[in-house]
Design a protein around this ligand. Sequence first.
Ligand code: AMP
Length: 125
Amino acid sequence: MPIDATLPYDDTNIFARILRREIPAKTVYEDDYALAFHDITPRAPVHILVIPRGPYASWDDFSANASEAEIAGFVRAVGKVARDNGLVAPGYRLLANTGGDGGQEVAHLHVHLFGGRRLGPMLVE
Ligand code: AMP
C-alpha cells in the first residue's frame, strides 16, 4: 500500500528499524547524514537505496524541513555512492517515489539508485 506523504513521521517504518540496527541490511556506505544499502528486491543489476539518518517521511518532508547540513550531506552521499559503485561512466538513474501516485511504500525518505544496464524509458505507460 502506498503511503500518504502528508502524514507525520512514524518511526516504526522498516528503514527506521534498519537505522536502529534492529534488522539487517547489506550496507554499502554510511556517514553522519546517510545510510546506503542494497534493495532487498533489486530491479536492476545495481539497485541501492540511500536514506537520510534524520526522521523524514518523504522527499516533501525532507526538502521542507531538513537542515542545510542534512540536505548537503545527503545529496553528497547519493553522489558518492554512485561514484563508488562505478555508475557515473555508464550512467544511472535516481528515483524518489513520493506518496500515493508516486507509489512510495516505505515512509522514510529513500532515493533509489539504479544502474548496471540500459534502463529503458523513464516511465512505463
Ligand atoms: P518505494 O516503493 O519507493 O517506497 O520503495 C521501497 C523499496 O524498499 C522497495 O524497492 C523494496 O524492495 C525496498 N525494501 C523494502 N524492505 C527492505 C529491506 N528490509 N531492505 C532493503 N530494501 C527493502
